[in-house]
Design a protein around this ligand. Structure first.
Ligand code: FAD
Length: 327
């Protein structure tokens, strides 16, 4: 099926709420806008122009690179976005010519390979994505609004919305679907535990003893025995790879694409959300498997380079005396 045909199949829901206005939340909201009458994005931070960088987001100031796969999904969701980003200062890059890559212990040779990427700051990207998203008349972004818990309904088997702290008071926001895009520090595991569902199993790989953003973490919602209906978990909240592999925004894009596919399948029973949660998390986990394994391979310490034999060879080649053997 061509992607431009995708929008023809609509789930027909009433209201979807997205917790978190990072890239995963914004792209999910764009997809939801085609399947729900209303979409509300709740963002804890107060949003502004790209120069207003929220202090709580450590990666906001770092340069980011959009890989080919994320550009494909972004162009599908917002056809005019790439041009717009370039007009606002983003840089088109050739993946091999304009970036330096250290892999397998060596710096890769730089030569053009025709594979396009876009380099930009994260605040710039999110600012322009928000602008394009808000062209959809059924989408609203509420900033300075922190989700503090889930509302359960149907004897706890279904999520019926969220509790939100906004402008000094706690409010209820009802929804047919709640999408958690709260990022790597999402509170969802604790909320689910509080509702008696337990927390998801976690796979965590530390690649750096000091830098926490170099930790890769997957939360296996797809393996939970029970999950409430009316919930979906996207982006870093579900699968967060080390910043060193520059894949987080691609995952955010793929999450939105998988969400769209799941909602189209769900459209066989219009307006009936039952079954969506597990279907979506399982499909997302399958989609993330390949990039996750590839990232871990790329980040694995190259032990062979530090083997005694390799070290001996290197020292001999450098004219250094070989270390004496013990004993
Ligand atoms: C140093 C660094 C460099 C990186 N470089 C790259 C790169 O080059 N390329 C790339 O593809 N990726 C890169 N990444 C990863 C990328 O930034 C993220 O994976 C990507 O932005 C997707 O994030 P997200 O939307 O899932 O989560 P986030 O960006 O963390 O967004 C989560 C949002 O949810 C909000 N929130 C959280 N809890 C609540 C709540 N209870 N209520 C309301 N709002 C809430 C937060 O305020 C935040 O705005 C990098 C990451 C780091 C740390």
């Amino acid at each position: 099926m061509r992607r431009d045909e995708v929008w023809c199949t609509r789930f027909g829901g009433r209201h979807a709420v997205v917790v978190g206005g990072g890239l995963a939340g914004l792209l999910s909201a764009r997809v939801l806008a085609n399947h729900f009458a209303r979409v509300t994005v709740l963002e804890r931070d107060v949003l502004g122009s790209p120069s207003d960088v929220p202090a709580a987001v450590p990666h906001a100031k770092h340069g980011h690179v959009l890989l080919a796969e994320s550009l494909r999904v972004l162009s599908w969701l917002f056809p005019a976005l790439t041009e717009d980003l370039l007009a606002h200062g983003a840089q088109e890059l050739d993946s091999a010519q304009d970036t330096r890559k250290h892999q397998g212990g060596v710096w890769k040779r730089r030569a053009p390979n025709g594979s396009k990427r876009v380099g930009l700051s994260r605040p710039l990207l999110e600012w322009r994505v928000r602008a394009h998203l808000l062209e959809r008349r059924n989408v609203r972004i509420v900033d300075g609004a922190t989700a503090v818990g889930l509302l359960a309904s149907g004897e706890g088997a279904r999520i019926g919305g969220v509790e939100v702290e906004h402008e000094g008071s706690i409010k209820r926001v009802d929804a047919d679907l709640v999408v958690d895009a709260g990022g790597r520090d999402s509170r969802l595991p604790a909320w689910l535990e509080g509702l008696g569902f337990g927390a998801p199993a976690v796979t965590e790989v530390r690649h750096d003893a000091v830098d926490a953003t170099a930790t890769s973490r997957r939360r296996h919602y797809e393996q939970m025995e029970r999950l409430p209906e009316g919930l979906a978990v996207v982006g870093d909240s579900a699968c967060c790879m080390s910043s060193r592999v520059s894949q987080g925004m691609t995952e955010a894009a793929l999450s939105a694409e998988v969400l769209d596919t799941a909602l189209r399948l769900q459209a066989r029973t219009p307006g009936d959300i039952r079954g969506l949660t597990m279907l979506f998390q399982q499909q997302l986990a399958r989609t993330m498997d390949l990039p996750w394994k590839a990232a871990l391979r790329e980040l694995r310490p190259r032990t062979a380079l530090f083997s005694p034999r390799a070290m001996l060879r290197a020292l001999t080649a450098a004219g250094e005396p070989a270390p004496a053997r013990a004993g």
